[in-house]
Write a protein that binds this ligand. Structure first.
Ligand SMILES: O=C(O)c1ccccc1N[C@@H]1O[C@H](COP(=O)(O)O)[C@@H](O)[C@H]1O
Length: 218
């Protein structure tokens, strides 16, 4: 089975092009003020225009988004999917999908097997699931973020699990560990942010290419 990759937290035309040319299946843009990767919806619209309709899925990454943000995203960037990385309930995910008219990727913070079980409650409302490490408070400058921290969880918690929706493995992936992560977890989709950066929010084109090459070999 071919593993597909999402490059998350893009903010420049150069890195969008690198991810697209390298074969990323998903391009992620973060809309969360405290993130070093935060972009305005209008900026994201300009960034996705060159790749729109060219077979790549664009993803708006949000944290407990309000209706105003959903409306603004749909009036500007028009993402193919909205990722929700906060404490959204199943009914809120249903509302976001109905309001936006696009599918929702629901992210879960994982440190135990019970955290993975939460996905079942979203079977009928989310289009895809994403399992990310539970952020550890007090470690490094980005530790208070709900994602994009480089923290990992035990990949084997996903091994042999069957889900009603396609699922991403995320959290601390990089070009050197993604092959082992896919082997241990069996995940069909992988997601990376800080592991392809040279500093917080600074995507490195060479690392993006190396990550996508490593996913192809996985
Ligand atoms: O990347 C961010 O800044 C971010 C902010 C708020 C919510 C989610 C965010 N990113 C997501 O977290 C995963 C894992 O990141 P990392 O690879 O461990 O750095 C990332 O792929 C995004 O989906």
């Amino acid at each position: 089975m071919t593993t597909k990759a999402k490059i998350c937290g893009l903010s420049t035309p150069e890195t969008v092009k690198t991810a697209f040319d390298g074969g990323a299946a998903y391009l992620g843009f973060v809309f969360f003020a405290r993130s070093p990767r935060n972009v305005e919806p209008e900026a994201a619209q300009r960034l996705v225009e060159p790749v729109r309709g060219r077979g790549v899925q664009t993803v708006a990454v949000t944290v407990d988004p309000d209706d105003a943000l959903i409306d603004r995203l749909m009036a500007t960037m028009r993402p193919d999917l909205i990722q929700v990385h906060g404490k959204e309930t199943p009914s809120r995910v249903r509302e976001i999908a109905a309001r936006s008219g696009v599918g929702v990727i629901k992210a879960f913070s994982v440190s135990t097997s019970a955290d993975v079980d939460q996905a079942r409650a979203y079977d009928t409302v989310a289009e895809q699931f994403l399992f990310d490490a539970r952020p550890v408070e007090g470690q490094g400058g980005t530790s208070s973020l709900p994602g994009g921290t480089g923290a990992r969880f035990d990949w084997s918690l996903l091994e042999g699990r069957r889900f009603s929706r396609p699922h991403f493995l995320a959290g601390g992936l990089d070009p050197w560990n993604v092959g082992a992560a896919v082997a241990a977890s069996g995940a069909p989709l992988v997601d990376v942010s800080s592991g392809v950066e040279r500093g917080p929010g600074l995507k490195d084109p060479a690392l993006i290419t190396a990550f996508l090459d490593a996913v192809r070999r996985a």
